[in-house]
Write a protein that binds this ligand. Sequence first.
Ligand SMILES: [Cu+2]
Length: 281
Amino acid sequence: MAVALVLVLIVVGSVLFHVLSPWWSTPIASNWSYIDDTLSITFWITGTVFAAVVLFMAYCVYRFRHKEGAKAAYEPERRKLESWLTIATALGVTAMLAPGLVVWSHFINVPDDASEVEVFAQQWQWSYRLPGKDGKLGTSNARLVSPDNPLGIDPNDPNSKDDVIVNAADLHLPIGKPVKMLLRSIDVLHDFYVPEFRARMDMVPGMVTYFWFTPTRTGTFEVLCAELCGVGHAFMRGAVQVDTEQDYAAWLQQQSTFAQLTAPAKTGALAEPATRAAKVN
Ligand SMILES: [Cu+2]
């Protein structure tokens, strides 16, 4: 009797915890309500099955408890029950997996009008690159990474000249415009994760991964690294600010291009080597 009661209490407690819990997901700020829907479907199916199985167990523990002289009936097979359970399980698993396939197809098909933003991860900070006026990102190579060129951008690629570099600072994005996030890592696995955007992807050294989304409300959102990436992992934070069109244009104006960032160092080094050395000291 006590065990049956404990089982019932576990179900009641779990349901109450779910209803009263303060740990709900953050209010969404992107187009990916599909992902929330898929999680809810999975949650409701697994939650219902969990409650049904544990309550049935409680019933059995109570109904078939030990009684003096009672003998258990041996019934190793029951075709009808088995086929009924097989069909119900198959339906439940299908209902959990099928919506995910539909959402995944949306997730990997980037809209044609999406603009590109490169996210650059390194232990333990975030940098970004925007394509500039030509709409194209220049090529990059990890071998070109240096203090003057922290993102390893190819200076000989004409497309890279007007690329906007946001080095170890916050990214701004305009509201309502789809954006394709191209993800690069220079050292170990990282994972660009903004909980409000719902979408995320691992960043793998040596390859460019991606995801896309459309920001749906303005505000500042925290960037987390969702892949354990070393001792500074917990401090690998940043911010994405979603702006109105005007605010975004104003921010973009203040940013420096790759050409601007690399030019002064070169001319300074050629024209006044002595002054430059003095500054270093
Ligand atoms: Cu990381």
